[in-house]
Design a protein around this ligand. Structure first.
Ligand SMILES: [Zn+2]
Length: 255
């Protein structure tokens, strides 16, 4: 019977593909049974960022600059590590890989690409020791309307791939920020500054013998780094010294 299971699952995929063809997230081409989410051509062109092998990369540099901007007195923590699975331009078709999770409810795709990000982190020289993953929270009203938090989907998969713990309630959104899509870099900093705070639950966890040494804040996309910087700042304000905070996203927008 065991030998029949892959055959049956292949037959179901073939039948499902016939009834409702799966399409490439990037170019829309109908996918073959052997293809997952991307066609072979878009897979070949996939713009991997390769940031997980470099401590200093454009995403990390811009995030650390953003932290300075958010802290008039200067940010005194260590240099923050940052990585993303792929790079894309705002007009670029690869942005759809993260958009289908955020706006299209394609949680399967979120887990698929989240797992690829998790595997990169697990084999990174400076990120492999991450032991707690924290998603960027959505405002409760927005989460209710969407039915899920896309950052949580990715964070859960990254935690599984790296063997780290997952804490979805570490941060809370203090206020609802207006959508950032049309804001410039400086406006985004103002928009999210102070929007996040450590939750009461996380504060209690810290007071009771905190066992973690490297926290990874996870989001779907980094555009200017303003949201991630605000989350890092909120966590750093209460973490015991010696606990490092890093960040990871699926996509990173370049301009
Ligand atoms: Zn394609």
């Amino acid at each position: 019977m065991k030998n029949f299971i892959p055959l049956l699952s292949g037959a179901f995929t073939a039948l499902a593909d016939l009834l409702l063809p799966r399409r490439c997230l990037v170019c829309g081409r109908v996918l073959g049974r052997w293809e997952d989410h991307l066609c072979i051509y878009c897979r070949e062109d996939f713009p991997f960022a390769h940031f997980s092998s470099r401590v200093h990369n454009p995403m990390a540099d811009s995030l650390n600059a953003m932290l300075e901007a958010l802290s008039p007195e200067g940010f005194h923590g260590p240099y923050i590590y940052a990585t993303a699975l792929f790079l894309y331009h705002s007009e670029n078709r690869f942005g759809n890989v993260s958009r289908v999770l955020k706006y299209g409810g394609n949680i399967r795709a979120g887990r698929y690409f989240g797992a690829a990000l998790g595997r990169e982190i697990a084999s990174s020289g400076h990120l492999a020791d991450v032991d707690l993953v924290v998603p960027v929270p959505l405002h409760p009203l927005r989460r209710l309307r969407r039915g899920y938090n896309q950052a949580e989907v990715i964070a859960g998969t990254v935690a599984r791939e790296t063997g780290a713990g997952l804490c979805v309630r570490a941060l809370r959104r203090r206020r609802r920020t207006s959508t950032q899509t049309r804001l410039g870099a400086a406006e985004r900093v103002g928009n999210v500054s102070g929007a996040f705070a450590p939750s009461g639950y996380f504060k209690r966890l810290i007071m009771n013998d905190f066992p973690y040494s490297h926290i990874l804040v996870v989001d779907d996309v980094s555009t200017t780094g303003a949201t991630l910087a605000a989350c890092v700042k909120a966590l750093s304000s209460i973490l015991p010294s010696g606990v490092r905070v890093s960040v990871a996203t699926l996509g990173c927008v370049y301009r």
